[in-house]
Design a protein around this ligand. Structure first.
Ligand code: DC
Length: 654
């Protein structure tokens, strides 16, 4: 995805089936274990994402044979604990699941390595892991700030056969990394966890993955973990990667809020991933959850017994999926409090701060502290505000906020961040969600679009967008501010800041009624000029899409079908002869008491048609999938009836 934003329409409902991508946590563990093992491993259903690409790159750099096969199968040629390349530089992006375990493995395996990541990776702590590795004789130094990547690793002077202590309350990835590396020592080693171990389910994934490769860690509660002597990894031959349970959470929540049933395939409730317990939280909120062999399904609470309800939950057991609850909370009755989430602060971004900031943009009240967040949903009769959500290079923020589209049209900035774990997330999302329907009516000036579109909207009980009015308002506001049409940035800034209220036939600009003022011929000409400025069109794009509210929208303009609402249910292109249009405009102006000549109006219309259809950006054109309606010889009633007829022929959604 190359766009730096994606606009989501407000959704009416969600249902369907999604095949999940492989689990990130399992994929990166399995890749590293397969590399360290003796023998070849075929990994099936591997996740292909930014984080696994970082791990695959690193393994190739270290001399491991890594070959893609058909489907998502990969063949990894294990090195039996000894990487062929003993000196190299590794770049691991923002992949914690690659950085932490590779640090531990390379520090104990021996060799000269430098390990770096993106700027955020260099802000994420690693000191506790380094301290533990040093107790075993590892030689690791910090190349930047003490306690943080980048790191330099030199061959260790091993002091094996020990009890190593490790802090457990910052990131469970430290314990994961250490445990995965310990079999390289060949002697029994015990890890003693200091402080509460957070994110225990991720450690369970580690232990299960190691067991698959023949190493059985003895566990004494969550305090002591012992890796027995002579426990080298052996390939089990073929390993299947489960679907990602954290990725499942977005779709399960979507089903719970948007009606459902929404089914995810690739993971069942017997998964080794702790995040499947997200389903318990969803059920506690009132959702219906069912599951079977390798699938889970969620639907809204039973019809008639109300909507989701807010909960208060200790989220230590589902740190990642808990983020999904923060946006699910927008659709519950009563506040939702997520507790024991301090680890959010050291993830891809400070997730507590990011969540709170972005949720507030939707107009809701949020309380946040060191280790909790509380979300107050909109009260009765209140709605979420359309907003542009920033994603902080954090895939989960992007995916969590997609749920808010069930309450408002939404813009998500930098949506490609989902590539970390779910590259085609938004395509899957679109397949299982039904947006508010739109009828797009484009056409030439004075072809009757406005009148016809407004009547169609009225007949259906839908909202109406007169997009031309926004260009007219921009022209009026720019003129009043003394900004010329050649100042593209200046006019675009005006467009972005328009303080306008549409209420029936009334249009107010900064509190002043301007519905007549924007219809003058002078403003018509100026509007056509500002509409040719790409920055102005970009500034007005989301404002237009924000009109798409339930139960539906009828929008008129020049690029409704081609640019603003390309997914419109029905698309109509209206036209009429220039003579007829000049005559209609003349009649309109005379009725408003404005002077006009038919000859001058004809000339003007020709010029505007020319400019609107020749401009480089979003030119007026009939979309290939639009119905053509020539109104030269039609009454308004006949034209409206024809549009409604086309609308009725479209299979119903929702
Ligand atoms: O539809 P109208 O005459 O009110 O539009 C005023 C101007 O704005 C017209 O010159 C074309 C331009 N416009 C546009 O470029 N794109 C739209 N979607 C709507 C109007």
């Amino acid at each position: 995805m190359s766009a730096d934003f994606i606009d989501l329409p407000q959704l009416l409902s969600a249902r369907g089936t999604v095949r999940l991508p492989g689990s990130k946590s399992i994929s990166n563990r399995v890749l590293l274990l397969a590399a360290l093992a003796a023998g070849e491993t075929e990994v099936r259903d591997l996740l292909l994402s930014d984080d696994t690409a970082r791990m695959l790159d690193a393994l190739r750099t270290l001399g491991v044979g890594v070959e893609p096969g058909a489907g998502n199968r990969w063949c990894i040629s294990g090195v039996a604990g000894r990487f062929p390349v003993r000196a190299s530089e590794l770049f691991l992006g923002n992949a914690g699941t690659a950085f932490r375990p590779l640090t531990a493995v390379l520090a104990l395996a021996g060799g000269h390595y430098r390990m770096a990541g993106v700027a955020r990776m260099h802000e994420r702590p690693i000191g506790d892991l380094v301290d533990a590795l040093r107790q075993l004789g590892a030689d690791i130094s910090y190349l930047g700030n003490e306690g943080f990547p980048p790191l330099a690793i030199r061959p260790p002077a091993l002091l094996p056969g020990r009890v190593v202590s490790l802090r457990g309350d910052v990131s469970s990835q430290f314990l994961t990394g250490l445990l995965m590396a310990l079999p390289l020592l060949g002697v029994e080693t015990t890890v003693e966890v200091i402080g509460e171990l957070i994110s225990k389910p991720y450690v369970e994934i580690t232990l299960a993955s190691m067991a698959r490769f023949g190493v059985h860690v003895r566990r004494d509660g969550w305090r002591r973990f012992t890796v027995p002597a002579d426990s080298g990894y052996r390939s089990p031959g073929v390993v299947h990667v489960e679907g990602d349970a954290s990725s499942a959470s977005y779709f399960l929540a979507l089903g719970a809020i948007g009606g459902g049933p929404l089914r995810v395939e690739g993971v069942g409730l017997d998964s080794i991933q702790g995040d499947v317990r997200f389903t318990e939280a969803l059920a506690a909120m009132g959702a219906q959850v069912s599951s079977g062999d390798n699938w889970i399904e969620a639907s809204a609470p039973v019809a008639g017994t109300g909507t989701l309800r807010g909960i208060s939950l200790d989220c230590n057991h589902i740190p990642d999926a808990a983020m999904t609850l923060a946006t699910t909370a927008l659709f519950a009755v009563g506040p939702t409090t997520l507790r024991n989430i301090a680890s959010w602060r050291v993830k891809e971004t400070d997730r507590i701060a990011a969540m709170a900031t972005e949720l507030r943009k939707l107009g809701v009240r949020v309380e946040a502290g060191d280790d909790f967040i509380r979300v107050h949903p909109p009260g009765a009769g209140q709605f979420l505000h359309p907003a542009a959500i920033d994603t902080y290079d954090d895939h989960r923020i992007a995916m969590c906020f997609s749920l808010a589209a069930l309450g408002t049209p939404l813009r998500i900035n930098d949506p490609q961040s989902v590539g970390k774990t779910f590259p085609d997330y938004f395509a899957r999302f679109a397949e299982v969600s039904q947006g508010v329907p739109v009828i797009a009516i484009d056409g030439t000036s004075a072809s009757g679009k406005g009148t016809i579109a407004a009547r169609v909207a009225q007949a259906l009980g839908w909202h109406y967008l007169d997009s031309g009015a926004l260009y007219r308002l921009t022209a009026l506001a720019a003129g009043r501010a003394g900004i010329g049409v050649d100042d593209e940035a200046g006019v675009a800034a005006i467009a972005a800041d328009l303080d306008v209220v549409f209420a029936g036939a009334s249009i107010t600009l900064s509190g002043e009624e301007v519905s007549d003022a924007i219809r003058s011929e002078e403003i018509s000409a100026a509007a056509s000029r500002v509409a040719a400025l790409p920055a102005v069109r970009a500034a007005l794009l989301f404002r237009q899409r924000a009109f798409r509210r339930p139960p539906g929208l009828v929008a008129d303009g020049r690029d409704m079908a081609s640019v603003v609402f390309p997914d419109a249910l029905t698309k109509v292109f209206l036209t009429a002869s220039v003579e007829m249009r000049a005559w209609r405009r003349h009649k309109q102006l005379i009725e408003k008491g404005m002077a006009a000549s038919i000859a001058a109006l004809s000339l003007d219309l020709r010029e505007r048609d020319e400019r609107d259809s020749q401009r480089s950006v979003a030119p007026m054109q009939q979309s290939a999938d639009a119905e053509l309606l020539d109104t030269t010889n039609l009454t308004i009633e006949t034209a409206v009836a024809q549009v409604l007829d086309w609308v009725n022929k479209v299979p119903k959604v929702g």
